[in-house]
Structures are given as C-alpha cells and as structure tokens.
Design a protein around this ligand. Structure first.
Ligand code: TEU
Length: 574
C-alpha cells in the first residue's frame, strides 16, 4: 500500500509573481500583492503555493536568470516581504515552494563576473568554459554543435579570455558547472538560506540538465541546420543522481520539505523511475514534460501538431500505472508559465464551451494520483490571447526568438508568417503569464497603473474573479467543489489505484478511468469528453453507482448509458 504523506495530499497553486497583483501601481505584480490575497487562495481549498522566481535578476528570462539567490528583485519587494508571506501562509496552515534555478545563473551573478574575469580565477570552473575549435579555413567555431533551447548556438564567446561558455538557454544564462564541489556547496548554502526562513520546498528548474556528459560530444545530426539538439548529452548525465543525493543528505534531509524536479528530455519509464522511486530517496515528484508537449512537433515546440484526446489518454495511462510499479510519486498538471493555457490548447475557449471545458479539465486534475498543480487563473477559466492579437503582442523571449528566426529565413516577408502566428496563439509562453483577471474594472484590477507590464487579455470584462465568486454555476465554484472532493476522498483520488477504460469502451474522444480505494471499499468512474460533440458511454457494468459530481447538472444517466455533453465530465461513485 502507498505510504501517506502531506506532500502527496497537497494541492498546489502556481503564482507567476509579475502577473498576480500589483500593490504599488508600477504595473508589475509584487510580493505584498500576493500577501493581500492569501485568504482568497485559501478559500479555493488549495494549501500550497509555488512562486516562480522572485530573486534579484536582470529579468532577461523573467527571473529564471538569477543574479543573487539571497536577495529579491526590488520591484517585487524585499526579503522581509517574503518572510511576511511565508509567515502569513503558515498562519493559515499553508505552505510555500520556491523556484530553485541552479542549472544556470544570470551573467550578472557575482559568481559569473568572477568566473569570466580570467582563466585563472578561482571560480573559473564554476561555469563551463572551453577553447574554440577552428575549421579548415581557420574560422573560429563553437566547441560543439549543441543548439540553445531558445535558438542559436548553446555557446557564447567571451572576448576577454577568448573562450566559449556554455549557455543552454540565453547567452545571459550561463550554465553552472556542477562538477565543481565548491559551486555545489555555495548552492547548498543558498538553499539553506531560504529553508531556514521557513520555505517548505523547491520546484527545481531544468533539474536534469545539471549533469552533462563530461566530454560534451556533438549532438546527433538530424537535419542540415548548423546546430543540433545535443540533449542526449546534456540531459540526465552520469552524475545527475549523485548531485541530487548530495542535495538530500547535505540540505533537504534536515527539513520537512517537498521537492519537484522539472524533467525535460528524459521520457522513458526507467530513467524517470530513477528520480522518484521511493527506495532511491531522491525527489518527491517530477514535472514530466510530455503532458505540456502534446501539441509540440517533432522538430520543436512551434511546429504544428494538433492535439487529439488519444495523446492525453496515452500519457495519463502511462504515468498513472507506472508510478505504483516502482513506488514513485508524480505531479498532475496541465498548465504552467511556459506555454499556452490547456483550456485553449486541449479543450475549448469558445464562448459556448469555455465554462464546460474548464470544469472538465478541473475534473481531470482532481481525480488522478499525484500532486495536482494548477496555474493561477485556471480557477476562473483564463484563456489564451485571442486571434485579434498579432505577433507584436508577444513579448516573451522564446516566442520572439522563434518568430524572428523564421521571419529571417523567409526573407523578412511578414505576409508569410500566418502559420507561425497561429502556433504562437496556441503555445506562446505569454499566455501562461497573463495578468490575473480580478474584476471588470480597468486593467482587471490587476494594477492601478495605466499600463500593465504585459497585455491584459481583453476578455477580462467577462471572465474574472469577482463575477465568479458568488455564482454557484461558475468555474470557480466548480473548482472549489472538485478540490473539496479530493480532500474528502483521499483514499480514492489521491492514493487509489487507477484502471484505464479502453478506447473501445469509451470511444476515441473520451478519456475514462476507474479509481479504487484500498480493498475496493470505494470505486469511482471518471468520464471526460474532450470533444465538442455529444458522446454516449455504456455504463451497464456500473449498476448501483451514482453521480458524485458533474459539470452538466444532475441529468447524467440516460438508462444504461451516460450522455456526455460537449466537454462534459461525469464522476460516478459506489
Ligand atoms: O524551463 C525549462 C525548459 O526546458 C523550457 O525551455 C521549456 O521547455 C520551454 O519553455 C517550453 O516552451 C524552465 C523554466 O520553466 C522556464 O521558464 C525558463 O525559461 C527555463 O527553465 C530557463 O530557466
């Protein structure tokens, strides 16, 4: 039987600090803004928040480029403000996770400034420096062919010492060298700095990129482009598990905290198990990327690849059944700050389906094993920016770099960019970062400034917190009910076993699964319609079950079958 733990029963609410609430009228969200909403967050029923990075940073990648892990980006507030937030959350019996970004730092971090100052600086090996290569004509070339995740080469040349440093994201985000024991120790100290202030755990950014293949070999060539992924040599490298175990024994074991590692590129069950199998004592849970990558193409995120419910069926079945095989634990999530809203990508944000679809996805998240993570705004059905927003509305560096690259390749002809714009409208990171829509007053009451730091989706006049708070039929009310159900039936929805219903029984557009509590005391059936058509499911074998919750009112049964309306969700219980 599965061992119980608070972090398995937690429901986590991700806050993107820039976009939650601006308390001082500068157009940017801040820590005091979050503090002022602690009671609101608690009223949803969630018990833990995850804050995307708030540390001192030049903000080249919205704080995922940290210049000093012990101070706070001034427009967000101070260390004292964060302490206040921690204390207020703890007073409400809530917890807080911070984002630990230690695969790389900012190039403005004191460590990097020292490291780049000379080849003999004691911190030189805190980052990954290599000599250039030269081709037959004597032209300088990068040390290998790896491609940056944000485009271009993964190497940046430093004129001062005539070497390249590795930067898997932006050139202003140099990769730290985890081979250096001193660097690791400094990072451990920074973790303790926050744990000693009461932080309850970390979401570890780009976690499995910390160990690279020591020879940094060329990546496999799959096309005629100058740079190739190389991920097979920089993800889940040979020392990865040593580093995690060291973090555990040196730091985490002394605190009662939880860890969630962001796991990119590594997808096979065995490798995943090595991070979260209970007997390995490494991480509590992971974000496997496959659930947010369902509509990414083989050659990259912005290649068109339409979503089909079969994809979510496959990934859900895989991890729900795999984790118990090695006594591991996982997250359940559909949204984060790195992509479009799941409502717009995997369901529907059209006016007639939006509320149903948002509730259907909430039903998915709250009825599966694993720790659910929701993104602020999901509780009111926040959606992507609509088609009326052109390419100039997209300000995130990932989407912008991609757009610029394609535009250049197409000779600068903007009229040929409609396919790229379509992909941005679905998947750009901007959508996951839109300012929170509090009410229908100017700027959605997110800021009193005339201009917010980024676009506020104009649909806020209709879709906002204030309009849903007291409405018994609202998306928010349904979310609250779903979270409450998860808390009421932990043996079933948190710890229960999962049995997939085959496509032959549900039809291809429906995701269906059964949940059993220990000794089968309780049994539940979840049916989720991922289509905008009515679908029928035969429920003859579920005689004696009744409807526990549904987003389509009480009229779920039609004799021996359940009729699911467009984006309908039905949970049966016996
Ligand atoms: O993301 C890691 C990562 O691999 C992302 O590039 C992700 O795959 C991509 O954004 C999907 O579109 C983390 C953070 O979540 C992201 O916000 C940071 O930009 C990145 O690390 C660098 O720190």
């Amino acid at each position: 039987s599965i061992e119980k733990a608070w972090w398995k029963e937690a429901v986590v609410y991700q806050i993107y600090p820039a976009s939650f609430l601006d308390s001082n009228g500068d157009g940017l969200g801040d820590i005091p803004g979050i503090v002022s909403k602690v009671r609101y967050i608690k009223s949803l029923g969630v018990d833990t928040i995850w804050l995307s990075p708030i540390f001192a940073s030049p903000q080249k990648d919205m704080g995922y480029d940290v210049a000093d892990y012990r101070s706070i980006h001034a427009p967000y507030g101070t260390v004292q403000d964060v302490q206040d937030l921690i204390d207020q959350l703890h007073a409400q019996k809530m917890r807080i996770l911070m984002d630990l970004v230690v695969n790389h730092s900012s190039d403005q971090h004191a460590w990097f400034k020292e490291s780049r100052s000379s080849k003999t600086n004691p911190k030189r090996d805190w980052y990954i420096w290599r000599d250039p290569k030269y081709d037959e004509q004597g032209n300088r070339k990068e040390p290998n062919n790896w491609k940056s995740i944000f485009g271009g080469s993964a190497w940046a040349f430093d004129e001062n010492t005539s070497q390249y440093y590795l930067a898997l994201f932006l050139p202003s985000q140099p990769d730290l060298n985890w081979e250096s024991a001193e660097m690791r120790k400094a990072t451990h100290d920074d973790m303790r700095f926050w744990l000693d202030r009461g932080v309850d755990g970390f979401r570890i950014d780009s976690m499995n990129l910390m160990s690279k293949h020591p020879d940094l070999p060329d990546g496999k060539v799959i096309n005629d482009e100058p740079y190739q992924s190389g991920a097979e040599f920089f993800a889940s490298g040979p020392k990865m598990h040593d580093y995690i175990r060291e973090i555990r024994t040196e730091v985490l074991d002394k605190y009662d905290v939880m860890t969630v590692g962001e796991l990119g590129f590594t997808k096979d069950e065995y490798s995943v198990s090595q991070y979260v199998a209970k007997d390995r004592r490494e991480l509590n849970m992971l974000f496997t990327g496959d659930i947010v990558d369902m509509d990414f193409g083989a050659s990259g995120k912005y290649e068109r690849n339409d979503f089909h419910p079969r994809k979510i069926r496959k990934i859900t079945d895989l991890w729900q059944t795999a984790m118990p095989r090695f006594d591991g634990w996982n997250t359940v999530y559909l949204d984060n700050h790195d992509s479009g809203r799941s409502l717009s990508r995997y369901a529907s944000d059209s006016p007639e389906h939006r509320a149903m679809a948002a509730k259907m996805l909430a039903t998915y998240l709250m009825t599966l094993s694993g720790t659910p993570f929701m993104l602020a705004g999901q509780e009111i059905g926040m959606a992507n920016l609509g088609k009326e927003y052109g390419a100039e509305s997209y300000i995130d560096v990932e989407g912008k770099n991609y757009y610029k690259g394609v535009l250049k390749a197409r000779g600068g002809d903007v009229s040929k960019m409609s396919d790229v714009l379509r992909e941005l409208q679905l998947k750009a990171r901007d959508h996951g970062r839109l300012p929170m829509q509090w009410d229908d007053s100017p700027n959605a009451d997110f800021t009193t400034s005339e201009k917010a730091w980024m676009t506020i989706n104009k649909d806020y006049t209709e879709w906002n917190v204030a309009s849903q708070l007291d409405d018994p039929t609202s998306i928010m009310t349904y979310w609250k009910a779903m979270i409450a159900l998860r808390k009421e039936y932990p043996d079933l929805f948190v710890y229960g076993s999962y049995v997939p219903l085959p496509e032959s029984e549900t039809g291809e557009m429906i995701l269906g699964y059964e949940r059993y509590s220990q000794e089968m005391r309780q049994k539940s059936v979840v049916l989720l319609n991922f289509s905008d058509q009515v679908q029928k499911v035969d429920v003859e074998k579920y005689k004696g079950f009744s409807t526990l919750i549904s987003n389509q009112g009480g009229d779920t049964y039609k004799g021996s079958h359940v009729e699911l309306r467009a984006f309908g969700a039905v949970v049966l219980l016996r």
